[in-house]
Every structure is written in C-alpha cells, then in structure tokens.
Design a protein around this ligand. Structure first.
Ligand code: MF3
Ligand code: CO
Ligand code: CO
Length: 268
C-alpha cells in the first residue's frame, strides 16, 4: 500500500479525530490513582468515547493478521510492560507505578492516536527520569518533521537522545501512517540513520511513538498474544502523537487543553 497524502478536507477530519483522542487522555487523567484497576480506566474511557464523544475506540476487536482481536478499548501498559497491555480487573495501580495509556479513536472515518505516561503517586527518581527522557525522545523526533526531511532523520534523533541517556530503543514496534486506516504506510522507526528512508511531503500523517527501555532493548510477548514486556524486566516508557507534515514543518494533531508542553530543551 502506498503512503497516503491527505487532502485539506481529510486533514480537517484528522485534526478533529486527533483532538478527540487527546481529550480522552485529559478525561481519564484524574482517575489515574492508586487502587484503580486498569479495567476501570478502560470502562471509563470506553463510555466517554462512545457516549460523550460519539467516537469509536479503534483497539476494540482490532485484529491485525496473526493476532486475536484486542478485547478492550484502550491499552494500559504498567512499569515493565512496553506496550499493548490489556486492561484487567485484577490489575490495580499502586503508588510508584508508571503507566502508559494509549487511546485511538475513529471519528468521521478517520483515526487519531495518542498516548501519554502517568505517575501513580510519587515516582522513584529513575522512573521519572525515564518518562521525561522518553518524552524528550518523542519531541526530538517530531522536530525533524518537515517536507524534504527523511524518516531516518526522525529515528536517528530519537535513538541518539535515548542512547545518550543510557537507555535503549525497542525495535519491534514503530510509528505508522494513520488516516482512514489505523496502521498505514509508512513505518516510522524510532532508530536509524540520518538522510535515509522515505522523503516526507506536505499532507502526510503519521505517528511518532518511541518505546524506550531503562535496561536492554529486548522484549517478550506474553501468552495473551498482545502484552509486550521487557525481557530483563526493566521499566519501559512510551509517548505518542499523531503529526501532520506541513509546508512550515509539522503540526501535532493530537492536541487538547491537557497536552503537556514540549520540553524546553528540545523546542525552546
Ligand atoms: N495504539 C497502538 C499504536 O499506537 C496500537 C494498539 S493496537 C491494540 O499503534 F489493538 F492493541 F489496541
Ligand atoms: Co500508534
Ligand atoms: Co497508540
């Protein structure tokens, strides 16, 4: 499948889907507290999406080739879970946990995909640092985005920052084109070489969603067929935005009132 360049009308619909995805993250933020189960977070998000927003949760029953249908409406990935954590009644958050919530909505035929990290109570210093460095990694990638830049520029910027801090980049999962389909061309790797790969053009939309491990890069899939964990049990963090390539550079589509500011050291 070729890379889709969106029309102005499609871009407007992507802006709306992106904002709605971010607003689900805003909505759930006050509920991320010690004692809550990840299933309760899922149920609240599901209800908000379907009843308040009129959006469709894209993960629910999502079944790429070789996967069984994902059973929930969001992904909740705690501590050493890298991504695709399945919300569960028996998984309760406790003080000191770090958690990624990944939300993808469909509105008017288009997808918006974003994830943020959350602290449950006060994080340990090394957990806070991993989460902050991973946020900076995402932004080091985003700021490469402009017409004429190449995908390798994004990956290289993310990898350089992560490794400069002693962390490692998960290789098996990547960002992706997004639009009418949840996962489109191109694949947006979070490592690579500057000046290589696809040349970006105005109107392309894709996610940047680095998964960064405090320890080694290796991962393992659990027997539920979805949950990905670090092989060495080290902490893992991830942030995700959906971005648009514009004539001026980039536009972050998954923005809402609660979107954290870019790190000062990356964007100024
Ligand atoms: N939202 C994830 C991504 O960023 C994909 C989750 S697929 C699911 O691409 F089925 F696990 F939800
Ligand atoms: Co994504
Ligand atoms: Co996502």
């Amino acid at each position: 499948m070729p890379v889709v360049v969106k029309t102005p009308d499609e871009i407007e619909r992507m802006r709306i889907a992106g904002r709605l995805a971010a607003e689900v993250l805003d909505f759930i933020t006050p509920w991320v507290v010690a004692g809550v189960s990840t299933e309760e977070l899922d149920a609240r998000c599901h209800d908000y999406m379907t009843r308040v927003q009129g959006t469709v949760p894209a993960p629910l029953n999502y079944a790429p080739p070789g996967y069984k249908p994902f059973p929930k409406s969001i992904c909740t990935s705690v501590n050493h879970v890298v991504c695709h954590g399945i919300p569960r009644q028996d998984k309760r958050l406790k003080a000191g946990d770090i958690l990624n919530i990944d939300v993808t909505v469909i509105k008017d035929g288009f997808h918006g995909d974003s994830s943020r990290m959350f602290f449950v109570g006060e994080p340990r210093i090394q957990a806070r640092r991993l989460v902050e460095v991973t946020y900076a990694c995402m932004w080091h990638g985003i700021r490469q985005v402009r017409p004429g830049a190449r995908l390798g520029d994004i990956g290289a910027a993310i990898q350089a920052h992560a490794e400069s801090q002693g962390y490692s980049v998960v290789r098996e999962f990547c960002g992706h084109g997004i639009g009418r389909r949840f996962h489109e061309e191109p694949q947006v790797l979070h490592y690579g070489k500057p000046g290589t790969g696809l040349v970006l053009e105005t109107g392309m939309t894709f996610t940047i969603e680095p998964m960064i491990n405090a320890g080694k890069a290796g991962i393992r899939e659990l027997s539920d067929g979805w949950t990905i964990v670090t092989k060495d049990h080290s902490l893992s963090a991830q942030w995700e935005h959906t971005v648009l390539v514009t004539d001026q550079g980039f536009e972050v589509l998954t923005q809402s009132a609660g979107t954290p500011a870019p790190p000062a050291e990356v964007l100024g």
